[in-house]
Design a protein around this ligand. Structure first.
Ligand code: HEM
Length: 404
């Protein structure tokens, strides 16, 4: 701090052409100036000195709350996106304008014009040819709500980021993370439209129900989940200082185990998006067996074999089951192993909640399957995956190392 003062004083004196005189420190007013790690504002009077350095604990708390709040908004977008898909509303808006589409149709003529645009696309022609205007308004508002929520998420990241940046609240490494998060939000919007476009294309050779590509759906969901985890992680690590835990071999193993488990939860959630994208929850609605068999006959029916893992509904459902059960086993193992390590209370609570949520999520998944994917239960199952991911991120934040 003292050396910082000296540098500041030196700059000011040189600018005034006076050279550096240590005693003159007492009588000068220092203007705010910037350094790598933030801004130091200093004011030195003849008898007292007040120093406020940013970033500091208070600004970190503000930034941490902002990022955790933003991750909450991302949850809202994911849930709304899931309900939009489950109510088959996602293909109701057939074009994309960043600003113009914010105003939905107002008059009867505008609604009819919008409806007739929708009627040019395969979903209306194949699936909804007897749809009425009031029914169209419902699916339109679902998709419009999801897109507007996306804009809200974007603004909630970008506007405060600009303000905090100007105020010097970000360290250099935080600046990089914030740019990454804001870029991700923008990318997420583009991916959303890229996904919708795949459901609007005419496929003359196909008489199947029009749906978006399962690859693009999982990319859209996966990138939303990444944005969510990154924002939550950054926010949590700013809000909570790491707790001191005695570094033992078991603790190091537990940390690695927790990281692996987090990755497994993420992969299972992504495989769920493939199940949703292919409507694979509507084949083999029995558990634990698939029909009469543990391993169904048509598991590898497509050629080449690799195609089955992404395009065969049977294989996609089978994989989701296997991944889900492996995740449950891994989390149960993590819980049992954590009992061998002396942990602070908060870490223990986080691991116990993660374990309880894993059982709840598997029960929800099985219920979704046995009841032929009813919208409320399927939407709860999707939200359950966010709860599970959040708890996995919390466990990792609790177990992280105290920086030296
Ligand atoms: C750790 C456990 C699990 C996780 C993290 C998980 C995650 C997910 C996710 C993220 C989706 C996508 C939802 C969407 O995009 O709308 C999904 C869909 C689905 N999951 Fe799971 N799941 C788990 C366990 C299970 C289990 C054990 C079953 C049943 C055996 C199951 C059955 C389903 C079904 C049928 C769908 C499709 C629902 C739809 O069409 O909307 N899940 N899962």
């Amino acid at each position: 701090m003292i050396s910082t003062f000296r540098t500041a004083a030196l700059c000011c004196c040189r600018r005034a052409g006076q050279g550096y005189k240590p005693n003159s420190l007492r009588n000068i007013q220092l203007r705010p100036f910037r350094r790598n790690q933030g801004t130091i504002a200093a004011e030195v009077g003849s008898t007292s000195a007040t120093v406020t350095a940013v970033p500091n604990a208070a600004t970190n708390r503000i930034v941490g709350r902002w990022l955790v709040g933003c991750s909450g908004l991302v949850i809202g977008a994911v849930v709304l996106g899931g309900v939009t898909r489950l109510t088959e509303s996602g293909l109701s808006m057939v074009d994309w304008h960043l600003v113009r589409e914010m105003k939905p149709p107002q008059t009867q003529e505008e609604w009819e014009a919008e409806f007739s645009k929708y009627q040019q696309f395969p979903e209306f022609k194949i699936l909804n040819h007897d749809m009425t205007l009031p029914e169209f308004k419902f699916i339109f508002y679902m998709e419009w709500g999801h897109r507007m929520w996306g804009r809200l998420v974007g603004l909630s990241f970008i506007l405060p980021a600009l303000y905090f940046w100007r105020k010097g609240y970000f360290t250099r490494s935080l600046k990089g993370k914030v740019i990454g998060l804001c870029g991700f939000v923008f990318f997420q919007g583009l991916l959303g439209w890229y996904m919708v476009k795949s459901g609007l294309e005419e496929k003359p050779e196909s008489h199947d129900i029009p749906r978006v590509s399962q690859y693009r759906l999982s990319a859209h969901l996966g990138s939303a989940l990444l944005l969510y985890c990154a924002s939550l992680w950054t926010g949590l690590t700013l809000l909570q200082s790491p707790q001191k835990i005695v570094e033992t071999k078991n603790l190091m193993l537990l940390r690695r185990f927790a990281k692996g488990t987090g990755v497994l939860v993420f992969i299972t959630a992504l495989s769920g998006a493939f199940v949703a994208g292919l409507d694979a929850g509507l084949v083999y609605n029995s558990f634990p067996k698939m029909g009469e068999r543990w391993i169904p006959d048509d598991l590898l029916a497509f050629s080449p074999t690799l195609k089955n893992f992404f395009e065969n509904p049977t294989t996609v459902q089978f994989d989701h089951r296997i991944l889900a059960i492996s995740t449950l086993a891994a989390i149960t193992g993590l819980y049992m192993f954590s009992r061998k390590v002396i942990l602070p209370k908060r870490a223990k609570v986080a691991i116990s909640l993660l374990t309880a949520m894993a059982y709840g999520q598997v029960a929800l998944g099985i219920t979704t399957l046995l009841l032929y994917v009813p919208t409320p239960i399927a939407a709860t199952h999707q939200s359950g995956s966010l709860a599970l991911l959040s708890l996995a991120v919390w466990v990792l934040a609790e177990l992280r190392k105290v920086p030296k």
